[in-house]
Write a protein that binds this ligand. Structure first.
Ligand code: 3H9
Length: 696
């Protein structure tokens, strides 16, 4: 074996098949050394008369997973990926890509310049650039539709979702599926056969039979745009991806490449892509907790208990059943347990109906969920998650019980969304085994998990919980104990200010529209209606002290009874503003002596909703309740619908500049007063030092 560069090895076997092996852990990204190795390796194989064919292969767990994202934004070091691709595509001997793991982005684009592709049965193929606010910039948008057809290519480039080997073979993206664990042997044999039998050196760029249908039906593009419009609102990259595929259909290959190049650069320099690339690393960083290392001991989690079969308990249980971990759900009464289990089954069956799981899978998952009315059944569980409603006294009683029932070493978790986990843990004789696992609703779908590290939570409990989160495919963010933790604590501030704005004369619908236009799926009032206005409301103590109390007192419960801040169509659930509510708000404001203004701009609404969140985020960071500012962004993007193309609240603030943020916060503080407008000490410090939250 010869090293071409420190990232690419070269070896020729006795049959004259050269194997170029990329070895650039962790994901074999196309760093400079890989590009150079591919180029020089291909040149060497081309020049060597003893070489009959070439196999491109990768060491480690995956084929090339894309361009090296860490090189983006820096001057490109030659050779370019195009140079390496040209050497592959124009090689006068058959080149076969041997694909395992994930051939993504630039990786698939490299595979598509080979003359043939052989895939491992478990390999995945995709162009996920759109998730980074980009488009495939190495010919992917021009070659993919020529292989898989225009409709499929549009789906792949705008969703970023990869396909598996079976589908790739059906669409002609690969030529053969290798037997399990025999990829390299199969690819070498394939290459030898191609060389010995003098097969045609197929170049995808020369093919256009799969473009024909779209050529004859140009409406396909606008139809596709309409179909994905709701999902892609606010993003710029999906449209550019579509335009590239359009160019593949309407222009000669080289011209299409030029369009791709131009739009790639547009994406690359867009603020949306910068935010999405920042977010890619933020999400990966979130899993890292200082002091928790690979060698931190872990506990074995084989069985899980969930207390409460309501919406939260049911959703939480599904996460474990989905990955084969048996769950015991305990409820107080048979009727509630039956209801909970029926809802879980219905959810699974709905997924099966959509074709996302088989009925066998439904039964397999259901068989892992065991309902019970007896908490003693938690005795053998390795992890027990309490998911009853938010009441401190109730939770304390439950944790005393769990402490007496559960085996030593079991992890005891509360799903509280705001209560003091230290206080709950103190009820047990093993506070080191207690932590908060705050799932978001619907818990089987939402990816965020706020992992609340209480004062005494042991390192191995946290390390184990982080591993569990990975197993159930959640993005865990470790947070400290404080009211509402990171997400809800910041949400309270936005809510408080939004409520003040409506008392000054802006309608709830207008506040919601501004927040929606910023990129959130819905504004604060629509969200309250969806969650239910009566959550945490008590009829006995209600004293008309807020708009929400007044709405609840007048029988408005939100979407569930068709009346909240809005009125809802019983059939379509479409909302419309309600003049009666607007009058109620005005009456309440008058009672409070709050002056109505008609000069509140959309900009003021936006700033007043978002800046208190940033200020609170700064306080959270200053108090050490979040490890880093990007963790706060991960919470908001994953748990509350902050548009990922704006990076998250702390990233958004950093783009504005902490000095500017401080200036605005101070101005609002003087004008409006209130604790949430008092500038955080950290914000003042960073602004003074000319630093952003990312450098805090
Ligand atoms: C592109 O290709 C543009 C071209 O079209 C145009 C060129 C001209 N670069 O996710 P993980 C790191 S755009 C650098 O935890 P997994 C990652 O940060 C690219 N680093 O593992 C992490 O580092 P650390 C298109 C990368 O097994 C480590 O690898 N491709 C890259 O759960 C492990 O990552 C994509 O968008 C990269 N491209 O998942 C694919 N990728 O350990 C992006 C990963 O220090 N990548 N890292 O935190 C992925 O989707 C997943 O990483 C993958 C593995 C599925 C590959």
């Amino acid at each position: 074996m010869t090293a071409i560069t420190d990232m690419v090895d070269y070896e020729v076997n006795d049959d004259g098949i050269a194997v170029l092996t990329v070895d650039n852990p962790p994901v074999n990204a196309l760093s400079q050394g890989v590009r150079q190795g591919l180029l020089e390796g291909m040149q060497k194989a081309t020049a060597d008369d003893d070489v009959k064919a070439v196999v491109l292969h990768c060491a480690g767990k995956t084929f090339i997973a894309g361009a090296d994202i860490t090189e983006f934004g820096k001057p490109m070091q030659p050779p370019s990926l195009f140079d390496a691709q040209d050497a592959i595509e124009n090689c006068p001997k058959p080149v076969v890509a041997a694909i395992h793991g994930t051939a993504l982005g630039g990786g698939l684009e490299v595979a598509m310049v080979a003359h043939y592709r052989v895939g491992d049965p478990n390999a995945k193929y995709g162009l996920p650039e759109v998730n980074l606010g980009l488009l495939p910039g190495a010919g992917g948008t021009q070659r993919l539709p020529r292989v898989v057809g225009v409709q499929k290519a549009l789906e792949m480039v705008t969703s970023g979702k990869p396909i598996g080997s079976k589908e790739a073979l059906e669409h002609g993206l690969i030529d053969k599926i290798a037997p399990e664990n025999q990829l390299l042997e199969a690819a070498v044999a394939f290459a030898a056969q191609a060389a010995n039998e003098g097969w045609e050196l197929k170049k995808i760029r020369d093919r256009d039979e799969k473009l024909k249908e779209a050529k004859e039906n140009p409406g396909i593009f606008d139809g596709f745009r309409r179909a994905i419009a709701r999902k892609t609102r606010g993003f710029v990259a999906p449209e550019y991806n579509i335009q590239c595929v359009e160019a593949a259909v309407n222009k000669p290959f080289e011209e299409g490449l030029k369009v791709e190049r131009e739009l790639f650069m547009k994406c690359m320099t867009s603020p949306e892509s910068a935010a999405q690339r920042y977010y890619f690393f933020a999400e990966r960083q979130a899993g890292r907790v200082p002091g928790i290392e690979k060698d931190t001991p872990r506990r074995d989690i084989r069985t899980v208990g969930v207390l409460g079969a309501g919406t939260m308990g049911g959703g939480i249980s599904m996460n474990f059943a989905n990955v084969g971990i048996p769950v015991t759900i305990v409820e107080r009464e048979q009727a509630a347990l039956d209801r909970g289990l029926a809802v879980i089954r219905k959810n699974y069956e709905r997924t099966a109906k959509k074709g996302r799981m088989s009925m066998d899978d439904v039964e397999r998952c259901m068989s892992l969920i065991n309902g019970s009315l007896d908490k003693q059944d938690f005795a053998d569980c390795d992890l027990v998650i309490e998911a009853v409603f938010e009441n401190m006294e109730l939770k304390k009683t439950i944790f005393r019980e769990l402490d007496s029932i559960c085996k030593p070493g079991a992890i005891l978790a509360t799903n509280t969304s705001a209560l003091d986990v230290d206080e709950i843990a103190a009820e047990t004789k093993r506070p080191e085994d207690v932590l908060g696992l705050h799932f978001f609703s619907p818990a089987n779908i939402m990816r965020l998990l706020e992992m609340v590290r209480a004062e005494k939570t042991a390192d191995d409990v946290l390390a184990t919980s982080l591993d569990v989160a990975k197993r159930i495919k959640k993005i865990a963010v470790v947070v400290g104990v404080c009211p509402g933790f990171v997400g809800n604590r910041m949400l309270f501030q936005r809510g408080a200010e939004a409520n003040r704005i409506i008392l000054e004369g802006v309608t709830p619908a207008r506040v919601d529209q501004v927040i929606y236009d910023f990129g959130f799926p819905m504004g604060p009032f629509a969200m309250s209606d969806l969650a239910g206005l009566d959550i945490g409301w008590d009829e006995k103590t209600s004293s008309s002290s807020s708009v929400r109390e007044i709405l609840c007192e007048s029988g408005r419960r939100g979407q569930k009874n068709g009346r909240g801040y809005y009125v809802y169509d019983t059939e379509t659930r479409a909302s419309s503003p309600d003049p009666e509510v607007e009058q109620m708000i005005r009456d309440f404001a008058a009672k409070q002596g709050i002056e109505q203004r008609d000069d509140i701009s959309d900009e003021e609404i936006l700033e007043r909703c978002l800046l208190p969140m940033v200020n609170e985020g700064a306080k959270i960071l200053d108090e050490g309740k979040a490890i880093r500012s990007s963790d706060i962004d991960v919470v908001w993007v994953n748990g509350y619908g902050w548009p990922v193309y704006r990076g998250g609240p702390m990233y958004w603030a950093d783009q504005m500049g902490t000095a500017k943020v401080l200036e605005k916060v101070k101005a609002y503080s003087e004008k409006l007063g209130g604790e949430h407008w008092k500038p955080s000490a950290l914000l003042e410090k960073l602004a003074g030092e000319g630093k952003g939250f990312a450098q805090a």
